[in-house]
Design a protein around this ligand. Structure first.
Ligand SMILES: [Zn+2]
Length: 213
């Protein structure tokens, strides 16, 4: 519970299996408790939705770019991704975690470049700088100059969902807002865009379970 000087009302947020309750300075803990008890349905629903964390360690199965891959030790050679595994040299838990993160990020960047290249070509615009980054609140971003960033978390989404975000950001090269012209452009790139967009809205928070501790 956090008492917030500027809070005028009770605010309830559930994320990562933790309940955050903000109460006004003059609010009492007892009143907060009473108020919270009227919200149990909401809290229980959100807690049930929060998936268990899947750590980046040997034995974990990670859905990377739409394919389940087992994290397992490799005897010789560098860390690499195969069709069904992430092969990682033996090391401390931190080293394994870092190696998995690096592999996933590289695979994500590769997919982002491929998808964006296809959609940009379809729209007849010049290729621009492409990056991937861990972001808390955005799935993707297209700057004025066309440089595009996709959220690294998308690596754990179904492959078509990943492409849907790439199509969305590519469409912003033509139309910056989300009006009818944008909607028409993104559906031209991906006819079943709505289905994948809905998947992301309903399941997107679950992508943050991977690599969480
Ligand atoms: Zn947008």
């Amino acid at each position: 519970m956090r008492r917030h000087a500027r809070a005028r009302r009770y605010v309830l947020r559930v994320s990562g299996g933790v309940i955050h309750l903000t109460i006004p300075t003059r609010g009492s803990s007892k009143a907060a408790d009473r108020w919270l008890r009227t919200k149990t349905d909401y809290v229980e629903k959100r807690l049930a939705e929060t998936p268990d964390p899947v750590p980046f360690r040997f034995g974990s199965v990670l859905p990377v770019l739409g394919q389940d891959r087992l994290v397992r030790p490799v005897e010789r050679g560098r860390a690499r991704m195969t069709l069904d595994a992430l092969l990682i040299p033996e090391g401390s838990p931190e080293q394994v975690d870092r190696a998995v993160r690096r592999l996933v990020r590289a695979a994500c960047l590769d997919a982002a470049r491929r998808d964006l290249f296809i959609y940009w070509s379809a729209l007849g615009v010049e290729p621009r700088d492409t990056r991937v980054r861990d972001m808390k609140t955005l799935w993707g971003r297209c700057a004025q100059d066309g440089a595009t960033v996709l959220n690294t978390r998308l690596a754990f989404a179904p492959r078509e969902v990943f492409s849907a975000v790439a199509a969305h950001e590519a469409a912003h090269r033509i139309v910056m807002d989300h009006g009818p012209e944008f909607q028409e452009t993104v559906r031209r790139l991906m006819p079943d865009y709505d289905r994948h967009d809905r998947w992301l809205r309903e399941n997107g928070h679950g992508l943050f379970a991977y690599g969480a501790t």
